[in-house]
Design a binder for this molecule. Structure first.
Ligand SMILES: NC(=O)c1ccc[n+]([C@@H]2O[C@H](COP(=O)([O-])OP(=O)(O)OC[C@H]3O[C@@H](n4cnc5c(N)ncnc54)[C@H](O)[C@@H]3O)[C@@H](O)[C@H]2O)c1
Length: 347
């Protein structure tokens, strides 16, 4: 069965998913797209060989699966509408403008049992998969500390060019919710669930609740601690870039490129998991090294379509994204209390 897909929202991330569906050879057809910006919808439909329809309802009537790629405040209402119609749904992160909105998305999905996936795309990053393999290798010892730095230009400019990201009603908050929700999820993926947080946020651009600077300390249940620094600046030559260093009792691992590395490492003991005492992987070498260890990369959009076809759960799930919201909410509560320690519920 070829899955009939519809896109709600025809902006930056919708184009990314349409390209991933096509390049991955997904058994899916983009049959309808809708965006209140009719020009954006027409251009998107022309680019991806689809039809721009005049309402959300017209789209729902024609599709098996919906991509919710609108600005954040519209996610809960549209996911709810898709669930009521029994349609599979791919909801971009963040799920909503705050934790309550994110919970409403998770509840709608749980009650309807539709196939649903979230946009935590970095869970499929080869670079972070290699970092995780190195950290989890017993020869590396115990994780002790992570230094996670993330910076990009304020995304109301450049390739994003969005006005909604400076509007609290549509975006909710700034760099932490809109961007570093990925980082919070990755930190839990790398060194385990967070037990407590302390955070400060700042707004150097005068956008009020849309913070542009986040400085946080996260205590993990494993005993490791992480520091997270996330910044939105105005240097247009610096698009989104993360740099992550993980110190274990017997190893150092650094991710210097979000997807294809480099991933550098050195350690005290040899291990068959990744041979050698030090090394660096990027691009094809990184993929080859992962494949030798049995890692099978996947295109998350193709995986979503396959889950829809087979009627089985998709991942990263909406519950995975909700967990990241729980930690993000704790970080904001800490910042409101001038950096006080806030305990995070167990996953
Ligand atoms: N997973 C990721 O790494 C990633 C990356 C970028 C953006 N995002 C998320 O994706 C979402 C969209 O971001 P973007 O960069 O594509 O924004 P964008 O501004 O490029 O596009 C958003 C589009 O949604 C449209 N829209 C608003 N309300 C709508 C509705 N009710 N129905 C249909 N269309 C509607 C707007 O007119 C606009 O064209 C945001 O929630 C953002 O946080 C995720």
């Amino acid at each position: 069965m070829t899955v009939r897909v519809g896109f709600l929202g025809c902006g930056f991330i919708a184009a990314f998913h349409a390209a991933m569906l096509r390049s991955g050879g997904a058994d899916a057809t983009v049959v309808a797209v809708y965006d209140p910006d009719a020009e954006a919808a027409a251009a998107f439909a022309a680019r991806w060989g689809s039809t721009a329809v005049e309402s959300e309802e017209a789209l729902f009537e024609q599709v098996d699966a919906v991509y919710v790629c609108t600005w954040t405040s519209e996610h809960p209402r549209l996911v709810q509408a898709a669930c009521e119609r029994g349609l599979a749904v791919f909801c971009e992160k963040p799920l909503g403008v705050d934790l309550a909105a994110a919970r409403s998305v998770a509840e709608a999905v749980a009650e309807s049992s539709v196939v649903a996936q979230s946009g935590l795309v970095l869970r499929d990053s080869p670079a972070f998969a290699m970092a995780r393999r190195l950290i989890e290798d017993p020869a590396s010892g115990r994780p002790m500390a992570v230094v996670f730095r993330d910076d990009q230009y304020l995304p109301v400019q450049g390739i994003y060019g969005s006005t909604w990201r400076s509007d609290p009603a549509r975006a909710g908050r700034g760099a932490l919710l809109e961007h570093s929700i990925h980082d919070v999820d990755l930190l839990e993926q790398l060194v385990g669930p967070v037990r407590s947080v302390r955070a400060l946020v700042a707004d150097h651009h005068g956008l009020g609740p849309i913070e542009d600077t986040v400085s946080a300390v996260l205590e993990h249940r494993s005993g490791a601690t992480s520091t997270l620094t996330s910044v939105w600046h105005d240097v247009l030559s610096r698009p989104s870039q993360r740099r992550v260093e993980v110190f274990c009792t017997g190893a150092w691992v650094a991710v210097e490129g979000d997807v294809f590395g480099p991933v550098r490492w050195s350690r005290q003991e040899e291990s068959p998991v990744v041979p050698g005492l030090e090394g660096s992987f990027e691009n094809h070498e990184l993929l080859d090294a992962l494949a030798e260890g049995g890692w099978q990369g996947r295109n998350p959009d193709v995986a979503f379509v396959e889950a829809v076809t087979e009627g089985r759960p998709a991942r990263p799930s909406i519950a995975d994204a909700l967990r990241a919201h729980v930690v993000v909410d704790a970080l904001y509560r800490s910042a409101e209390a001038e950096g006080a320690r806030v305990v995070v519920p167990e996953p």
